[in-house]
Design a protein around this ligand. Structure first.
Ligand SMILES: [Zn+2]
Length: 334
């Protein structure tokens, strides 16, 4: 990451050294991410519920897109829960397979000598279950979006569409978005598109998933409010501290005509004592003396607020349930 001096015109403040990480730039440059930001609805409670629901479904979609034969073996022979996999979907699939193991549906009883045969039989059921699950997920996602659009009278362009190619014989996912010749796990030589079944699946792409999961959305939501106050803002910058360590600062805010700047931290969770100490420590290292913590948490204890105040940090809580004007009033700097 390259850092550069930042010293906006018209301010007589000690300059700071800032830079942005590449992975973060990539996420922010994604058109679907931009479309989400441009709705200006990030702090709207209904929209928040909508994208939270679609996020969960999209993570499930990605889980199935990346499903490997080894995952199947894992489900069958080792344990129902494997780390790093999307747990909820893993359990769902495991449960579906447990049901499918019923003798009338899987005829071969497992023993060590017929593991391959047994797997083949189970595979049929699991790939069928995955196909059905993807179809359901797509239906749910499309319905969520459509209901929201109808209710609000707007048009959202925030979903991506993937075309999934299934083997017609065994229902395994062969490829996504593009037909690829291959020998399927069921031994079928796939050489023509007609040997596949295609299904479109709508979902959040990986950049949107990351944008929401890393809580970048909240930083942009807060930025939108700050800009309404005609403040000059930066989002998601790394700031080089006097210690030589870079600190991620969610929002950096310059107040024109005041020769003043402050720093913000956005939290989509409870604010803990350690959050205050960390944020305060970051500010000391970068030469800041005023901070705000914006949180979706509905109630921050007086103890935490007192601690924050002692470090010259104001906490603005419950940001998803306040209207724009009361949020604007809580920012006292201008
Ligand atoms: Zn196949």
């Amino acid at each position: 990451m390259k850092v550069k001096i930042h010293n906006p015109n018209g301010f007589n403040l000690p300059p700071i050294m800032i830079g942005k990480r590449k992975y973060r730039i990539n996420i922010e440059e994604d058109q679907k991410v931009k479309n989400i930001i441009n709705t200006k609805l990030l702090l709207n409670n209904d929209f928040n519920k909508l994208y939270s629901k679609i996020l969960e479904k999209s993570k499930a979609v990605v889980f199935y897109f990346n499903f490997k034969e080894d995952d199947l073996k894992h489900i069958l022979f080792i344990s129902p829960i494997k780390k790093n996999l999307y747990e909820e979907e893993y359990i769902k699939l495991y449960t579906a397979l447990r049901k499918a193991r019923h003798p009338s549906r899987i005829r071969i009883k497992y023993n060590k000598n017929n593991e391959e045969k047994y797997l083949l039989e189970v595979r049929k059921n699991s790939y069928k279950a995955i196909k059905k699950r993807l179809k359901d997920l797509n239906r749910q996602i499309e319905n969520y979006i459509n209901h929201f659009e109808q209710k609000k009278g707007i048009d959202l362009n925030i979903l991506s569409s993937s075309s999934v190619y299934f083997c017609k014989k065994c229902n395994k996912i062969l490829s996504i978005d593009k037909f690829k010749q291959q020998k399927c796990i069921c031994e079928e030589e796939i050489t023509r598109v007609s040997q596949t079944e295609q299904m479109p699946v709508h979902h959040f792409n990986q950049n949107v998933i990351n944008f929401l999961e890393y809580n970048y959305w909240l930083e942009f939501a807060i930025d939108y409010i700050l800009k309404r106050k005609n403040l000059i803002t930066l989002i998601g910058q790394e700031v080089l501290g006097n210690s030589g360590v870079c600190h991620e600062i969610d929002n950096i805010v310059y107040c024109p005509n005041e020769n003043y700047r402050f720093f913000c931290e956005c939290k989509n969770s409870e604010v803990k004592e350690s959050d205050i100490f960390i944020f305060s420590g970051k500010m000391i290292d970068i030469g800041g003396n005023k901070g705000y913590i914006f949180t979706t948490s509905e109630n921050v204890s007086d103890k935490i607020k007192r601690l924050a105040r002692s470090k010259n940090i104001d906490i603005i809580e419950n940001v998803l349930n306040k209207d724009l004007n009361s949020l604007l009033n809580e920012i006292k700097e201008v």
